[in-house]
Design a protein around this ligand. Structure first.
Ligand code: ADE
Length: 232
């Protein structure tokens, strides 16, 4: 099968490139796509650059040009749930856009007509992630991830997002990938490891823990990938 592995920043895919070692590089749409052969399966790896637009473009490119059949996103996130600590793993049950706002027209936050506030991850991929976690003794949390084109380093804003979306973690790409994958009918999963708590110290913590947390997420993703292709 053909599987897409996507991150937002180069640090989020570096552990994947190290893991697969040999890959072909294809330049397309102002980006680079790394194609690896993995036990007869095709793996397409890329980092999108930060934010919803870049992530949506890269997800759509992976699906339309590289014909991926499943999309696994790996990266870091800010914790909203106080039970999530630096290095912890979370799988998105669903993803929403916290910065999408046409409430002036009576709609809820995160909603536009003909869309949905929350886009659920693929059930079987989510269950697979939980099974892999159990087998590897990994404490994998599950919850709603809120996405927006803002790095959150503010307690008040964080509390607002928690209340408005019942979110457990926050990042800047997941929900846009979810909209693209859902629309193009490709099963997707978003895994994140915590890099900061989205409060006053978030910028410092992010810089300090980006690489280590990104690696935790990426290596867990390769375990999921192994089980996914074994099933195919
Ligand atoms: N990704 C990691 N930490 C984040 C934060 N605090 N806000 C938005 N995206 C993030």
């Amino acid at each position: 099968m053909t599987v897409g592995l996507l991150g937002a920043m180069v640090e989020e895919i570096e552990p994947l490139l190290e893991y697969f070692k040999n890959y072909e590089v294809i330049k397309y749409a102002d980006n680079e796509f790394y194609l690896a052969d993995y036990n007869g399966h095709k793996i397409v790896i890329a980092y999108s650059k930060i934010g919803k637009v870049h992530a949506a473009l890269t997800a759509a490119t992976m699906i339309e040009k590289f014909k991926i059949e499943a999309l696994l996103f790996s990266g870091v996130a800010g914790a909203i749930d106080e039970n999530l600590h630096i290095g912890d793993l979370i799988v998105a049950s669903a993803l929403c856009q916290h910065d999408l706002d046409i409430t002036a027209f009576g709609h809820p936050y995160g909603y536009v007509p003909e869309g949905k506030v929350c886009y659920e991850s693929d059930d079987s991929l989510r269950e697979l992630a939980q099974r892999v976690a159990k087998e590897n003794n990994v404490d994998l949390k599950e919850g709603i991830i809120a996405t927006g084109d803002q790095f959150i380093a503010d307690e008040k804003k964080k509390e607002w997002i928690k209340k408005a979306f019942n979110a457990s973690a926050i990042e800047m790409e997941g929900a846009s990938v979810a909209v693209v994958a859902h629309s193009l009918k490709v099963p997707f999963l978003v895994i994140r490891s915590i890099s900061d708590a989205a409060g006053m110290d978030a910028g410092f913590d992010f810089d300090e823990f980006l690489k280590t947390s990104a690696k935790v997420s990426a290596l867990f993703l390769t375990d999921i990938l192994d089980k996914l292709i074994a099933k195919s």
